[in-house]
Ligand binder design. Structure first.
Ligand code: SF4
Length: 170
């Protein structure tokens, strides 16, 4: 089960470039970043992020074109199911994930169109600082010719972190 904090749902413009995102804070964070900016997200609090809740959040926020999970919780299979559900039911809405880990599994790259990697390191700053250790990837589907003339779909990661830096207001 993946839980989120209903009171903190927001619409954000800068976390994912060129996207209007409905952003949900995911709890049960398994990381332990020194200087964690939101320690309450490590607690087992909030409500389950069901498919019905996702439907409501999308219909209540007409015009969004990204669904951003801020954190990934502790239930990997449920997390992947959420990404798959959004990508299959809402082709115009990109599923996005902010992870606190340095690497994620292949099934996450398959279903999420944007993935942020890396723990928060206070002295290096967040994603929009040039000193950051974190990276944001846009994942594209590329169709190429496979064996015997069949088509094969590959997922290609593009590091778009510098786009965030260029748009930062100093
Ligand atoms: S990923 Fe790190 S900074 Fe974010 S909530 Fe978890 S411990 Fe805190």
């Amino acid at each position: 089960m993946i839980k989120y904090l209903p009171d903190r749902v927001s619409i954000v413009l800068e976390e994912i470039p060129d996207r209007v995102s409905v952003a949900v804070d995911i709890t049960n964070c398994p990381e332990n970043c020194p200087g964690c900016h939101s320690p309450f997200l490590r607690e087992d609090i909030g409500e389950e992020l069901t498919f019905e809740r996702i439907d409501s959040l999308i219909s209540d926020n007409f015009g969004v074109n990204c669904f951003l999970l801020l954190g990934e919780g502790r239930d990997h299979q449920a997390l992947v199911r959420i990404g798959k559900y959004i990508s299959e039911k809402y082709p115009g809405i990109a599923p996005a994930l902010y992870s606190g880990r340095n690497q994620v599994e292949d099934d996450i790259w398959q279903v999420f169109d944007y993935v942020k990697l890396g723990p928060y390191v206070e002295k290096k700053g967040p994603l929009n600082e040039r000193t950051t250790n974190q990276r944001l990837y846009h994942v594209h589907s590329v169709i190429s010719a496979g064996a015997g003339g069949s088509a094969a779909i590959r997922r290609v990661k593009e590091d778009i972190t510098p786009v965030i830096w260029r748009r930062k207001k100093d």
